[in-house]
Design a protein around this ligand. Sequence first.
Ligand code: NAD
Length: 504
Amino acid sequence: MQTHIDVHCPANGELVGSVSITPVAEVRGVVERARAAQQAWGKKSVAERAELLRRVRVCVLARQAEILDCLAQQNGKPRTEALMHEVFSHLELLTYFSDEAEHILEPSPITSRLLVHRQSYVHYRPRGVVGLISPWNFPFAIPFGAVAMALLAGNAVVLKPSEFTPLVADLGRAIYLDAGLDPDLLQIVHGYGDVGAALIDAGIDMMEFTGSVATGRKVAAMCGERLIPCVTELGGKAPALVLADANVEHAAQAVTWGGLANAGQVCASVERLLVHDAIYDAFVPKLVEKVKALRLGDAMKDAEFDVGPLVNERQREIVERLVNDAVAKGAVVACGGRRAERPGFFFEPTVLTGCTEDMAIFTSETFGPVIPVMRMKDEESMITEANRSHLGLLAYVFTRRREHGRQLAERIRAGTVMVNDVLATHAMAETPWAGVKNSGIGVAHSADGLRHMCEARHVNHDLVPWFSRELWWYPYRAGSIAHLQRAMGGLYGRGVDRLKRLIG
Ligand code: NAD
């Protein structure tokens, strides 16, 4: 039986380190320890918990170089990207939530229209132990964003990181412990899917899963059987719509970065490029020129480069298969289109033109450095094509007409649509990060995401205690029906709307 996972650098194959697999039989004990530690943590004020996150921020800043090294070794992403997407954005999330959590989680009053003699409010209490299962593409920012939010909400956390980047999770935990966190409040279980499944079955109170649609379905089904609240953040197939009046230079730069950052292994990547016929001949050569200029590199050796490797051979094979299928169906390789001739799991940054809807590269998530392009005759067909996917995480619109872009954005069925920009909203902790359609259920980030880490409990108390007793409790009297009917007429009858109009 396998007891360890050896971790290799995807850029050069070198052994980076190894972790012990947590035996499935031990996962329940881990969750129980977390639950015991949560008792005291959950009783602390939000302000006290926010103070810990401020200390974490200092520790992240102090150990940023280690985080970048760890990401370079296990993910192969350029250090600039690692800094921007993982460290910078985590610091922002820590800052936003530690500053705003008290306000977000303060009890919210509700005044009833009907029972005006009573008063309601919702208060937010920790759920208990939150289980997190995370992917390898942003192995620091994704799990630790959720870790920070869950802790702030008063929960303990058990994290099952991706088997491809487990050492990043160990480092992240060490940084949280540096800040003074009780070790039992943030624990890690290492392993493959069976360990993830064991975590769901170990008595957790909530699951936040980030990963593929296929695994998300299994996780959601397990949570459904156990009635555990479950947030799923799943795959994407983001369309970018370049309208006839787009700024060619700006849009070409945006699409290049949006399609190829992290070697295209981003759930928000531009995976379907829809270019209006009127701008196609000016835009596509500009895009190809920019993609051709990108430099591949190994973050462990090269100081300056743009695109790293894919995470493993399986991922490279998926990309290769989708490119070959598209070419077999008539797509043209404008640049790239094949494995790079160097060690590691590199694939050349690729632009495919002449793509059509029957190509799998336009329907399945590629998760690689490939931008497939489709020439579109008008805006209506661009919207239809954008909405054709079973996924709906991100979408992008490029146009000089800002208001028009906004209107068009509202017609695209995606969790987030950006006008004239790409990818960046994951770094805006105050905005919702959520998919529609098969891209997921529930929301990460934002005030709603933080509240969802809590049980929302409703308290309803009296202002005038005798009112209910007199009006509708036992005993029912002969006149009760007439009395209720008068009340209904007064509240909902025609006269009410007339009166409202009169009052203005
Ligand atoms: P994956 O689904 O293969 O694995 C994700 C995690 O689930 C891993 O930790 C894995 O060990 C675990 N797992 C596997 N089988 C399991 C099971 N049966 N029960 C419980 N856990 C199990 O995904 P991946 O390849 O690591 O990540 C890439 C995918 O993640 C892409 O589809 C990408 O779009 C998506 N993603 C989505 C977001 C988002 O915010 N929507 C962010 C990043 C990545």
